[in-house]
Design a protein around this ligand. Structure first.
Ligand code: NCD
Length: 309
């Protein structure tokens, strides 16, 4: 099908071959970044960054990626900043952005917002996270990071840990992993934050074998330890959040006593208290590399979708 002009709403829409093509272009972008020789493939393009929900890395790495490639950006970082606060509808806002830009990157607290935007807009829409459902570019980045570190995505054991119920990064990462051949995919979470049944069924139907394991077992077996923050803002009931707050914490001591040598910790960030800062200076740390690779990965995405060769 090819990347040009595509909406990037759901990682399931992309084949393994298309993801591999993306990773190869990201390698090229990273090489150009290192050499200070990035070609301005997107000169004259305007990219809209429509962030209805807070974001640090996703927004800024898209902005940096766009600017590195010579594009201009417009946008907003909260609903309060735009006329939605005066009662303007979401669809009208998207219509405006559609006529002001060549591509829209969107983040919204509602599931389905990106899909709706993609239906309304004639320019491509990239989903920068919608509710608890999808975060396709984060999943692409996660697998790209694994590939950069291990040289492969297949054949590794993955432990996905934390808020499996509300974290959209988890939903998209598992959906993307279903296209590869991992050795094992282990899940560990507080009982209240288990993967939703419908998602579990969907993944199993897609051929992904999932194992629920105790944390210690997961840490012992995993090559990739993917930690997530408890998504406080998505809990319908604050008391439900209080029950699970602080229920898991990955520390240097825990990793040194249990994890395999060579295992790597990924985290989409931001972290709160689930990942101790003392892990930062260990060889397990891969989350800052992951955050850095957000720029070349998103440069690759923008240039493939906008057809800047
Ligand atoms: C994630 C998100 O927004 O879903 N952040 C990100 O894009 N790196 C994870 C999170 O907020 O916990």
């Amino acid at each position: 099908m090819g990347w040009r002009g595509r909406d990037v709403v759901d990682v399931r829409d992309f084949s393994r071959e298309e993801l591999e093509e993306l990773f190869e272009v990201a390698d090229l972008m990273d090489k150009e970044l290192a050499q200070g020789s990035v070609r301005k493939r997107l000169e004259g393009k305007v990219i809209a960054l429509a962030f209805f929900e807070p974001s640090t890395r996703t927004r800024m790495s898209f902005e940096s990626a766009a600017k590195r490639l010579g594009a201009e950006t417009i946008g907003f970082t909260s609903e309060e900043a735009i006329s939605v606060s005066k009662g303007e509808s979401f669809v009208d806002t998207i219509r405006m952005l559609d006529s002001y830009s060549d591509l829209i990157v969107l983040r919204h607290r509602y599931e389905g917002a990106a899909l709706l935007a993609a239906e309304v807009a004639s320019v491509p829409v990239i989903n920068g996270g919608d509710g608890r459902q999808h975060h396709p570019t984060q999943a692409m980045l996660d697998l790209y990071t694994v590939r950069r570190i291990f040289g492969t995505i297949d054949g590794l054991s993955y432990l996905v840990l934390g808020d499996l119920k509300y974290a959209r990064t988890v939903a998209s990462l598992l959906r993307a992993l279903a296209k590869f051949r991992p050795e094992a995919v282990m899940l560990s979470s507080p009982p209240e934050l288990r993967l939703r049944d419908e998602l579990k069924r969907e993944l199993e139907e897609a051929g992904l074998k999932l194992e629920e394991v105790p944390l210690e077992e997961g840490l012992r077996r995993a090559d990739v330890i993917y930690v997530t923050r408890i998504q406080k803002e998505r809990f319908p009931d604050p008391q439900e959040y209080e029950k699970v707050r602080g229920s898991y914490r990955i520390t240097r001591r825990l990793l040194e006593s249990l994890a395999k040598k060579g295992a790597k910790v990924l985290h989409p960030l931001p972290r709160v208290d689930e990942l101790a800062p003392d892990v930062d200076s260990t060889d397990f740390q891969a989350y800052f590399i992951q955050a850095r690779l957000g720029v070349p990965l998103r440069m690759a995405l923008l240039s493939l979708v906008l057809g800047g060769d």
